[in-house]
Design a protein around this ligand. Sequence first.
Ligand code: MRU
Length: 362
Amino acid sequence: MDPFKELESFEEYLKIKSLYWNTEKNSFVWLDTRLLPFEEVYRETTDYRRVAKAIKDLEIRGAPAIGVSAAYGLALAALHSNARTVEDLLRDLEEADKTLRSTRPTAFNLFWALDRVMGVARKAAERGDPDRVRSEVLLEAARIHVEDVKSNIEIGRHGSKLIDNGDVILTHCNTGALATSGFGTALGVIRYAWYEGKKIKVITTETRPVLQGARLNVWELKKEGIPFTLITDGMPGIVFRNGMADMAIVGADRIILTGHTANKIGTYMVALAAHDNDKPFYVAAPTSTIQETLNPDDIVIEIRDPDEVRTVLGKCRLTLPDVEVYNPSFDVTPPRYITGIITEKGIAYQPYTKTLPALLKA
Ligand code: MRU
């Protein structure tokens, strides 16, 4: 089925259009998440370098959204290249791949999506027709897009079974429509449970330093009408201690076969707080986030600009301009604190070294 047509069949789940391909202009469009919740501004480009910049600067963020956007970035590179031979076109695509690959080092979906599209491009190139490569690249990007939407819905369906009427769910960072193709992973589970009519409540951290919780979760949850409370990143301990949350559900930038999960900085402390208070801690992510390695040292942690910590969103200074800062964007939660990993193929429980490979094969 034509993936663009297939995408239309999921409209009821895609109330928030975070990103899409404009088939008339062969351009890529995205909602600039840096400006939310105050302004809703869509950006549009035919230049893959602009997509790379948008990913680097967090206009587009969240591992699945990064992967889908990078795939469309390659489609832009293919469709707007002047190459007349497959050799020249592949050279242009490799240049674009290199640029897109260098944007964010932790989000595994980025490398997964680029590898997939480049694989298709190289295979199509064997036929010697550059226009064939162009159409195959766009088609593969659109397939990745529609698969992400479907995965999100399936993650929601599986994850919602873990949620009871009346539950209060703590989440960290934004994993909703704005972090994916339009539904969400951890926030997708919450959204699905809400659509099923469960009377749930959310507690979201603000998610320092760039406030994905305070800006993006607040915007999404308000749009859905899901009741929520905003807390600072230091508060999950007291929230669990006081029995104010029944579980935590977070997303992932990268999961390895041991179950070690890299996610937004502060996730590890949420897991510790849940564990110490006998509350379940779930990770929700598509299998495209899983790196097939057993070595936690293979997880690259992105270190970002110190000014993210010294200021509020580059505007208000919080401290002296020259203070030394450590700003890792992600931390790694060890598998012993993870109750289950919710994917589109089902929920994996410990021991992850057995259940995750089985899930990938399923
Ligand atoms: O730096 P960000 O905003 O890209 O970090 C996002 C996260 O940590 C998310 O939890 C993760 O990518 C999963 S998004 C569905």
